[in-house]
Ligand binder design. Structure first.
Ligand code: NAP
Length: 487
């Protein structure tokens, strides 16, 4: 069905950071859209992750929509609850809730007769010209494969499913995992609990930073001078994306050595006990795993209530965790900060493209996407922060904004009849994937460590090029890479 002469209809899957962005932009463009959200409110990762200590280690003035700068961020890197409030505030200000369907998960999207037939768990159905999948990456909690896990007699939950009804003060808490989540949890719990047993499988490079709070005077100055805030954000974008986050992924840039030297100095000066220091010293290159940034981890790990356990976990028992040295660590609460299944994206939705092709089959080995956005065989279906997107220490907001602006250019081409639908050719998708894979092998992520950046072959799955290339690719679609598929 041609979209010429009528307002196209969009289904946006997910009301997290990317879905809210899509809704704002579609509303501004006067287009028709529905946002589908399985939960009862907006926020995505910031709604789901409420663990003690949660914050965003990307500076808040960068981790904001470019069109909704916020002079009132309390810290340089603000706490999660404040970020959740920010997204709820944007949703309110743009009156987006009435365009959102909450509490009903999309279960299938099927391309039929030139449109997407979208169905939900409750049986609701509607047809759309475009699907924007904004379902996130770090979304499906991964439980560790540890013998006896289910036998634990106390309270146990994943970091992204924090059970706030469980008391922590004065109790014996075990924490498995020392990634970005585990480190933030350690910082928040050490002084609260009777004992914090931190089970570390692999030591982390920790970038120690100061916690910088914005004074009321500074916030007032941001409020009264919007241009100043824009300048600050623009500078952060260059410093962070083109500088830090781009250079750090280039194994030859020298930046990771610089970071390693700084982290080592922090480790040497801030950790007093030589034995603990050695337990915390990584044996792989800095930035091979995602860099962990913290203002309080080194204090917390030296707190008298905290014990860092590096003996491997043998099994979980009703009373606690048994390590390979035979010791039983008795616990009341066990927190699993063990990361996410990062290859799921919008799955388990059933997504059926042109000629009945199933996304699950196309992605059977691993997910991939042309320019991190689209899949051949799936017309007018675009992902924000989908497979192969820039991750690492980038702001995912910046990424989503650029991706969405790119999609809107294609929408316009289709509306003008220059393309019947927007679908990358299989050749373009394959060419991009081959080039991306080769570049990925040369990144710091491929220098020999275990991390969630690696796919089933051990090749980093993320955007491996400089951020400048991402910006350039997103500035204008290469139409020769698209087929005018029969609708
Ligand atoms: P993660 O980085 O995947 O870390 C998982 C941790 O659990 C690792 O320490 C891992 O050890 C450990 N682990 C997993 N299975 C285990 C097992 N069977 N036995 C023992 N240990 C096990 O997960 P995350 O900390 O939730 O962070 C995921 C990502 O979320 C981050 O990299 C970041 O991109 C994002 N995040 C961002 C922020 C922020 O401030 N912006 C905050 C939190 C999270 P190994 O290292 O040995 O694998």
């Amino acid at each position: 069905m041609t979209q010429e002469g009528r307002v196209p209809r969009f289904a946006v899957l997910g009301a997290g950071m990317s879905g809210i962005l899509a809704a704002v932009k579609l509303r501004e463009a006067g287009l028709d859209f529905t946002v589908f959200e399985k939960a009862e409110k907006v926020g995505g990762t910031w709604r789901e992750n409420t663990y003690p200590g949660i914050a965003c280690d990307v500076p808040s003035h960068l981790y904001s929509y470019s069109f909704e700068l916020n002079p009132d961020w309390s810290y340089y890197c603000s706490p999660g609850a404040e970020i959740q409030d920010y997204f709820e505030g944007v949703t309110d200000r743009y009156g987006l809730e009435r365009k959102m369907r909450f509490g009903d998960a999309v279960t299938r999207c099927e391309w039929r007769d030139g449109m997407w037939d979208v169905g939900t768990a409750s049986g609701y159905r509607d047809r759309f010209d475009w699907v924007i999948a904004a379902t996130g990456i770090l979304h499906h909690p991964k439980l560790p494969d540890i013998e006896g896990l289910e036998s634990f007699g106390g309270s146990m939950f994943h970091s992204a499913r924090w059970d706030h009804s469980v008391p922590l003060d004065g109790r014996r808490v075990g924490l498995v995992g020392t990634g970005s989540s585990g480190v933030q949890i350690t910082g928040a719990l050490a002084h609260r609990v009777a004992r914090l047993s931190v089970f570390q499988r692999t030591a982390q490079w920790v970038v120690h930073t100061d916690q910088v709070e914005y004074s009321e005077e500074q916030r007032g100055a941001f409020r009264s001078d919007a241009e100043r805030l824009e300048r600050i954000r623009a500078k952060m974008e260059v410093d962070f994306h083109d500088g830090f986050a781009t250079q750090v992924l280039d194994a030859d840039s020298g930046l990771s050595e610089g970071i390693e030297a700084q982290c080592t100095k922090d480790l040497e000066t801030k950790i007093a006990d030589p034995e603990l220091r050695e337990k915390l010293r990584p044996d792989y290159r800095a930035a091979c795993k995602r860099l962990v940034v913290s203002h309080n981890f080194y204090d917390a790990i030296q707190h008298p209530n905290t014990e860092l356990i590096t003996e491997s976990i043998e099994r979980v028992e009703p009373e606690g965790v048994r390590t390979a040295d035979g010791r039983l660590h008795e616990l009341d609460v066990l927190v699993l900060a063990t990361g996410f299944h990062v290859d799921r994206f919008m799955r388990p939705m059933r997504i059926v493209g042109r000629d009945g092709v199933l996304l699950d089959e196309v992605w059977e080995k691993r997910p991939s996407a042309y320019l991190a956005l689209a899949v051949s065989g799936f017309p007018n279906f675009f992902m924000l922060n989908g497979p192969n997107s820039p991750v690492g220490n980038f702001s995912l907001i910046e990424t989503a904004e650029r991706q969405f602006a790119y999609v809107m250019q294609l929408v316009e081409r289709v509306r003008r009849g220059e393309l019947s639908v927007a679908e990358p050719t299989a050749e373009a998708a394959q060419r991009f994937e081959e080039e991306r894979t080769e570049a990925a092998k040369k990144t710091v992520w491929a220098t020999g460590c275990r991390s969630w950046y690696l796919d089933d072959r051990g090749i980093p799955f993320a955007w491996p090029f400089p951020f400048s290339r991402f910006r350039e690719e997103m500035s204008a679609p290469r139409l020769e890479d698209y087929r005018g598929a029969d609708a």
